[in-house]
Design a protein around this ligand. Structure first.
Ligand SMILES: Cc1cc2nc3c(=O)[nH]c(=O)nc-3n(C[C@H](O)[C@H](O)[C@H](O)COP(=O)(O)OP(=O)(O)OC[C@H]3O[C@@H](n4cnc5c(N)ncnc54)[C@H](O)[C@@H]3O)c2cc1C
Length: 452
């Protein structure tokens, strides 16, 4: 279908609570934009939903008129899955409802909420759940794909804290999924991304989290080998669940290359002091910001490094070990980095995030290890080719050190179907069967697609 039937749009708008935007409408250009400035797609219609009934009507409309359908939660997917050319963009970003039940330690939040908004409400009660590492990402996309974050070693991945969800399926039905209701669908939502429907509400388990001990400790680049070896040493010795740490090669605000350890300890201040002392005593840092902070502030400490509209190209893969050779490769590759906004990250995973069976949820990566992430980020479109080439090369030179698994939320547009299979490993076939049940015609395909 190339042009939309105006009578049908008028009929939809007659009962729609939210806003329908066509290409000529005021605000269209702003709303179609997502976090990654590389993405420049023009949907035929944007449906800015206010509730589940709007979502159902928009899904029925897309299905009836054979339109491509993209679902936007927080709009942070680097591959730009939240928006499509010519089709219908189902935009949930006006859906900001959040209700915290402090007695039950749960929170219900709508599909357009970001972690910053979620934390603000839960932290008012001294509670939190695992979110991402920065606060501007959407809760929905991040949770449905897994959710690596500062509290994951203590409380599991974001999706491990999902208690239930309300889903609008490809047939337009509004269903609830939990361990007790549509349990097969709930299993698929825990890692299977947006493949099974548009999620209007997510209910999370919360935990008492107030002041944590967090920040980063930075060293000059000529110490990078020692710093990464030290990072390997501390991540190899059965770390406390309270502590989540990442190692990284980044740029300082003045553009200087630095080696960094980022940490968040969510236990008592005295435990944190004892646990973090070896890190704080290591070498001669040029900066050390590790200290007490609210969890809310911790989730925002890296936000400034990821401005909306910057140009992004990311690649990632899981690694079980960090060999001397891998460390040397990381350092020489980072030395050639063309942008002062880019970095190479090692997100360490252990503790509660690894104490879940491989097939208990759709997300199968439950071994202790690292997620290697190339964040290539720049501002000038004239530099696109150079920065994309550097990211691809960084991924390729690290390839000999990878294990087979990939994290679905970091997959790029050019990663292909094999990457989705690698992301789901032994759970892929079961997900395909589930997809055939809930979305047999693959209406929800503008995502890291599981084919029915
Ligand atoms: C700066 C930055 C930092 C990040 N940090 C982390 C991190 O710390 N940890 C981590 O695990 N990941 C992180 N990510 C990756 C992130 O998890 C994914 O990009 C995720 O898709 C973002 O969720 P979103 O709702 O913002 O996605 P969107 O771009 O809105 O959507 C992406 C896809 O998710 C699905 N989706 C979104 N909302 C819904 C919904 N309500 N119902 C059904 N499907 C939906 C759709 O299939 C959509 O195609 C980061 C990404 C960026 C750009």
């Amino acid at each position: 279908m190339t042009s939309l039937d105006q009578t049908s749009i008028a009929e939809l708008s007659g009962r729609f609570s939210g806003v329908l935007l066509g290409p000529d409408a005021f605000g269209y250009d702003d709303v179609r934009r997502v976090h990654n400035g590389m993405i420049d797609r023009r949907p035929a219609l944007i449906a800015r939903c206010l509730g589940s009934a709007d979502i159902a009507d928009a899904i029925n409309f897309a299905r009836t008129y054979g339109l491509d359908l993209a679902v936007r939660g927080g709009g942070h997917n680097v591959a730009g899955r939240a928006v499509c050319d010519d089709g219908l963009m189902l935009d949930l970003s006006l859906m900001k409802g959040i209700h915290v039940d402090p007695a039950r330690r749960t929170a219900r939040a709508q599909g357009g909420v970001t972690w910053r908004e979620f934390n603000r409400e839960t932290q008012a009660h001294g509670l939190a759940t695992t979110g991402g590492v920065i606060s501007t990402t959407g809760i929905a996309g991040l949770t449905l794909g897994g959710g690596l974050g500062w509290l994951m070693a203590k409380h599991g991945l974001a999706m491990d804290n999902l208690l239930s969800a309300e889903v609008v399926t490809a047939s337009g039905d509004i269903v609830r999924a939990s361990n007790d209701e549509n349990a097969d669908l709930f299993w698929g939502l825990q890692g299977g991304g947006g493949n099974f429907g548009a999620v209007s509400w997510l209910e999370y388990r919360l935990h008492p989290v107030g002041t944590v001990t967090s920040g980063l400790i930075a060293y000059s680049f000529d110490c990078a080998r020692d710093v990464l070896k030290f990072f390997r040493e501390i991540t190899s010795v059965g770390m406390a669940d309270d502590l989540t740490i990442f190692g990284a090669l980044l740029h300082a605000p003045d553009g200087a290359q630095i080696a960094v350890i980022l940490a968040c300890h969510c236990g008592t201040l005295s435990d944190a002091e004892a646990t973090l002392q070896p890190i704080k005593k290591f070498g001669t840092p040029i900066m050390d910001t590790i200290g007490p902070a609210t969890y809310e502030a911790t989730n925002m400490m890296l936000d400034a490094g990821f401005p909306r509209g910057a140009l992004n190209y990311w690649k990632s893969n899981f690694m079980m070990e960090l060999s001397d050779q891998a460390i040397d490769t990381l350092i020489s590759q980072f030395a050639a980095c063309p942008s002062p906004m880019s970095g190479l990250l090692l997100e360490h995973i252990h503790g509660a995030a690894t104490r879940v069976g491989v097939s208990e949820t759709a997300f199968p990566h439950r071994s202790e290890g690292y997620n290697f992430l190339v964040v290539s980020e720049w501002l000038n479109p004239a530099d696109n080719a150079r920065n994309i080439a550097w990211a691809r090369e960084s991924y390729d030179v690290m390839h000999p050190h990878f294990t087979s698994g990939r994290y679905v939320n970091y997959l790029g547009d050019d990663d292909g179907e094999d990457a989705v299979a690698a992301a789901y490993g032994p759970n892929h076939q079961r997900l395909r069967t589930l997809k055939a049940k809930y979305d047999p015609t693959n209406l929800f395909r503008m995502n890291q697609n599981i084919r029915p």
